[in-house]
Design a protein around this ligand. Structure first.
Ligand code: PEP
Ligand code: MG
Length: 893
């Protein structure tokens, strides 16, 4: 650690681009300070200090003195000292990582209050009750979050005090009651921790700072980071901010606001306000708030100032911002701002609105949306015309249509979802302890809290459907049931449907209909139509930007004309992978079985002859659907076991027949053959090019079918552009043999039909050896298509069919990887092979066409990688094509 490292920044020293160092909250507080907005003075302890602490177990040596220097400056600015007996400066200590993270320690308010200064605060505020209540809150928050005392103990003591007095709300406790409660709270701390509540203000502050550092590594925080793919080594910054009070009477209050509606993107006044309350009361959803618009009637001056600030922030950040503010006796203070989370639909709408307002350009608009959001918009919605029993309505907090069995606690949500049930997590309100259950659930329903409650914020972040604050629903978590106003009872296990786009809650299962975005891609809804959905218009524009700038082409993995046609509607520029084995699953499976098991040449030829016309018809349809666009047909690549009868089933059948003395010669013969072909590792067995090499005539038949189909299309004035692809090649020799045979067949067909077909022939690169010898392989290949499914399987030595069910959960939990390498390309391992093979292939053959057709071709992060390594196209399933187009555009913009 360098002696010159600066660990503390005054709010006046930072700016919004220093999020790595100051965390999101600190960077934005600094930005607002420098914009001249009313931010209470304070300073930020950097993430670097946190990292030193987390690595070494103690704060950097220089930190204490640096904090003292900044605290001195703060005290001078405020004209009072931290915890000063007659007029105490109080501060809040708030965590603030680069990315906002529920599950970490949030805030300790009122640091600096003590037995010595509580009456000074009372005198200064002219309010004794306020001073004792502030002290009570400090001990409670500090006890719980810094000293790890069970928060229930404080809650119970508070409830007991109210009960004893015969009142129901906190505000009915007077100064004397709160003073007695402070004593009780101090007793709780002493009893639970074996030490007295710290009276020294600086010690309070230092302990709170350390607790924020420690909270980086709580289980909940780690879980959230894994979910959100946030690296584990960023650390958090700590913000020390002078206190302002929203609980000094009716002319005080606190609120949260958005510069636009985070659900629709519409401009307007969105937020919640809570009069005479301290900040955390709003976020926790503990008391009911009023709409922000009501503030105009309560305190017009502050309202007007807030509106102006919101406009300043939007213009400055050029984006939707969310805000926390406090009004202390008529004076407005900004406590936080950040670029706000939003729903997927709002992201698209806001991006185009900002372009129209001239605040951002099209390239920037592309960065404001992503493929995951687009995928979310393609989910179906509830069929509003269907008969359905609406039982309540809450706030549409996070869109989507979710159906599942009602569960009332996180534990059950996780347990049931593990056993394959779809569940809706129903809570009065959620807190960070519910995170596991929220992840497991299809959707979340709460009876309390607004758009900014924990449930709403977290669900939006996760892209989960959420309805919150459905107040007419009486949730009884102990009894595991929910009762509607009309008296309908929903018990645990009953099916409910929640609509996160409208806030409606239904009993039973409501049928779903396709999303308008899918209707648009399908061509059934036109963005140009007068009454077109606003969202569809926005998606249309963003897709147009993406298509204009992207370099990667996008093809589809499709094996039949129907998928091909859909893919084309969705914008596919060809087929990157037609898996011919899929053409023989179902009722045609037995034909392949006959081919594989054929004993004599005659049997084999008969089987091939049976397959040929079927194949040809398949290809003709496909080439027609993709007329004018490339269609990569992959020759048969079945892991053999997928085409043979199950060995166990067959053995049982034979054994039963024997026991019953029934005829079973056929089964017996089949069993012997299956035994002979049985493989311990079929994925590493007789498949791909190997199959073509050991079953003479198989690939020739397929090539003939392709060539004849192409010829037929040509003769019908079509424009077929077939590419023949050989799977599972490990060495150029395999390819050379197949190529020679294929070229012969093609020449024959060309001669027979009198056409020139211009078929190309290439290979998949899906074995490490192929990648490592790509330079040689390219000698015999017109194109490469990376089969990243098999490549991942063979590079890692992970069986792609088994790992997800066996040890992947443990790997994800231990953070060995943040996401399955079968989902997002492993850049360092598999990806580096792709990169080097692409380069080696092009070194041999500069015009070598390069694509990818593994699942990764439709994964947003992987698409960026494939762009970067210079592939020509990605190929993915039809429904992911719009996502791939968008991400390819984002990668290029
Ligand atoms: C691959 O291995 O990535 C691939 C596309 O082929 P398949 O998934 O059919 O093995
Ligand atoms: Mg493969």
């Amino acid at each position: 650690q360098l002696a010159s490292t600066k660990f503390v920044y005054d709010f006046t020293e930072g700016n919004k681009d220093l999020k790595d160092l100051l965390g999101g909250k600190g960077a934005n507080l600094a930005e607002m300070t420098n914009l001249g907005l009313p931010v209470p003075p304070g300073f930020t302890i950097t993430t670097e200090a946190c990292k030193v602490y987390l690595e070494s177990g103690s704060e950097p040596a220089a930190l204490r003195a640096e904090v003292s220097k900044h605290l001195d400056a703060l005290e001078r600015k405020m004209g009072k000292k931290l915890g000063q007996a007659d007029d105490p400066l109080l501060v809040s200590v708030r965590s603030g990582a680069k990315f906002s993270m529920p599950g970490m320690m949030d805030t300790v308010l009122n640091i600096g209050l003590s037995d010595a200064s509580v009456s000074g605060l009372a005198t200064q505020a002219g309010d004794e009750r306020f001073a004792w209540d502030s002290y009570r809150r400090l001990i409670q928050m500090f006890g719980k979050t810094v000293l790890d005392v069970d928060g229930e103990l404080f809650e119970e003591a508070l409830e007991e005090a109210k009960r004893a007095k015969g009142v129901t709300v906190d505000v009915d406790l007077d100064a004397g009651d709160l003073r007695a409660l402070v004593d009780q709270f101090k007793d709780i701390v002493a009893k639970e921790t074996g030490r007295d509540f710290p009276q020294e203000p600086r010690e309070q502050m230092d302990l709170a700072v350390r607790a924020v550092f420690d909270s980086w590594n709580t289980d909940r925080a780690k879980l959230y980071r894994r979910q959100e793919r946030i690296p584990g080594d960023l650390g958090t910054a700590v913000n020390v901010c002078s206190m302002v009070f929203g609980n000094l009477g009716p002319d005080s209050g606190t609120g949260v606001a958005f510069t636009r509606d985070p659900a629709s993107g519409h401009q307007g006044v969105y937020g919640d306000y809570l009069q005479n309350a301290q900040g955390e009361d709003v976020v926790a959803g503990i008391r009911n708030t009023v709409p922000l618009a009501d503030l105009e009637g309560i305190d017009k001056a502050s309202y007007d100032e807030l509106m102006q600030i919101m406009e300043t922030l939007e213009t400055h950040y050029k984006d939707l911002c969310d805000i926390e503010f406090t009004i202390e006796r008529g004076k407005l203070w900004m406590l936080q701002t950040r670029v706000g989370k939003r729903t997927a639909g709002a992201a698209f709408r806001i991006a185009t609105q900002l372009v129209d307002q001239g605040l951002i350009d099209e390239a920037e608009a592309l960065q404001r949306v992503n493929g995951a959001q687009l995928a979310q918009l393609m989910f179906p919605r509830f069929d509003l015309g269907a008969k359905s029993a609406m039982i309540g309505r809450g706030i549409a907090a996070s869109p989507g249509a979710a159906v599942g069995k009602a569960v009332f606690d996180s534990y059950t949500a996780v347990k049931w979802s593990r056993s394959g049930e779809k569940v809706i997590l129903i809570r009065r309100e959620t807190n960070p302890d519910d995170l596991n259950g929220m992840i497991a659930a299809e959707g979340i329903l709460t009876s309390r809290g607004g758009k900014t409650s924990h449930a709403a914020v977290v669900a939006r972040g996760m892209g989960k459907t959420c309805v919150c604050g459905a107040e007419e629903l009486e949730v009884d978590t102990k009894a595991r049931r929910m009762t509607t106003r009309e008296g309908t009872v929903i018990e645990e296990g009953d099916v409910v449907s929640i609509d996160g786009s409208t806030g409606k809650v239904y009993a039973g299962e409501v049928p779903v209909v396709p999303s308008p975005v899918v209707e648009y891609f399908e061509g059934r809804m036109h963005a140009g139509a007068e009454d077109a959905d606003e969202l569809v218009k926005a998606v249309h524009r963003i897709m147009a930007y993406a298509d204009r700038v992207r370099r990667l082409r996008v093809r589809a993995n499709a094996d039949n004309a129907e998928d091909a046609a859909r893919a084309r509607r969705f914008g596919a520029q060809g087929i990157g992978l037609c898996r011919t084995e899929h053409m023989f699953l179902g009722e045609r499976r037995e034909m392949v079985e006959r081919l594989i098991l054929a004993d004599t040449d005659a049997d084999k030829e008969a089987a091939l002859a049976e397959l040929l016309p079927l194949q040809q018809a398949d290809f003709t349809e496909l080439f027609e659907a993709m007329d004018g666009l490339p269609v990569t047909v992959r020759l048969l690549d079945p892991p053999l076991h997928e085409f043979l009868p199950d060995i166990t089933d067959l053995s049982v059948r034979v054994a039963l027949a024997e026991a019953r003395h029934e005829k079973h010669e056929n089964d017996l013969r089949l069993l012997q053959a299956v035994h002979k072909l049985h493989e311990q590792n079929p994925m590493l067995g007789l498949r791909g090019v190997r199959l073509g090499l050991v079953i003479p005539g198989l690939f020739a038949m397929q090539v003939r079918a392709i060539a004849e189909a192409a010829a037929e299309r040509k003769n019908n004035n079509g424009d077929p552009r077939a590419e023949i692809m050989i799977p599972l090649v490990g060495t150029v020799q395999e390819l050379e043999i197949v190529r020679e045979e294929a070229e012969q067949v093609i020449a024959e067909v060309e001669k027979e039909r009198g056409v020139s077909l211009k078929l190309t022939l290439g290979t998949m690169i899906e074995l490490p050896r192929a990648a490592l010898t790509a330079g040689q392989i390219a000698e015999s290949a017109d194109f490469f298509s990376f089969g990243t499914n098999d490549l991942t399987q063979t590079v890692w030595g992970f069986s792609r069919d088994d790992v997800e069910a066996s040890f992947f959960t443990a790997y994800l939990e231990k953070g060995i990887f943040g996401v399955s390498p079968f989902e997002t390309i492993d850049k360092d391992g598999v990806g580096s092979l792709v990169r080097s093979a692409a380069a080696a292939g092009r070194a041999t053959r500069p015009d070598l066409k390069l694509g990818v057709c593994g699942e990764h071709g439709g994964d947003p992060e992987s698409v960026h990688f494939f762009h970067e390594v210079g592939l020509d196209y990605v190929s993915c399933s039809p429904f992911r094509i719009p996502v791939a187009r968008l991400e390819a555009g984002r990668a290029a913009a």
